[in-house]
Design a protein around this ligand. Sequence first.
Ligand SMILES: [Fe+2]
Length: 253
Amino acid sequence: MEEEVYVSYKYYSFIILYMANISQLILGETGCVSYLIYCNNKKEVAIIDAFEKYEKVIEDELKKIGNVTIKYILDTHTHADRRSASLYFSNKYNTGGIVKSSLTKYKGKMIGTKDNDILKIGNSKIQIIFTPGHTYDHNCYLIDKMLISGDCLFIGDVGRIDLGGNYREKSDLLFDSLRKLEKLEDHIRVYPNHVGAAHAIDSEDTFSTIGNEKKNNEALGVKSKDDFYTYMTEGWPPKPDNWEQIIEDNLNG
Ligand SMILES: [Fe+2]
């Protein structure tokens, strides 16, 4: 019996060592979230969706993890509500540019991705899932059993499609992107770019699962593109202040 416990402990330690860790950094009252993904074994880190004025939150967390190598800086998409700090971190840690969809109009130095590309963080893989709709350049990132879902899939909602571009086209793209996410295993955890009441989302939870969203998310329950377009164009909150300028600034790098 003792040996069994020891073996399972060893196995558990092995799994822990080879699974990526996540730090979910909820940025004050904004409800916006930055993420750090890191490998405990090799101490490599990826920073996802860093924002101006909240750089210190990330720096403090890096110190807490200790002795890390920053390997990648990733954006899920070009944000319209907040200025990105990804360029700051990419320059500071010399990561060779920001990881973004190769379809982005970003003018700075970047590492362009396409659907199903893989990046490595220590012993873990980051799988790129191209999920346009909220923006034309939206990526979700799947790491082990965790999905960084950006503004594609929220807890109980999905990202708006009315901040630039052609609404019908973006609604159809988002519809198809959600079908991709639905195919993931039910136990995959969903970590969005906005949480809590600050984003007109009722839930106080900070993460969800694909299974829960398939059960409870109204937008995922809409199964025709026409109905989805109606859903996506009715009853959305006001647009963020200066959203066009913020997009422009984020694209300029
Ligand atoms: Fe967004």
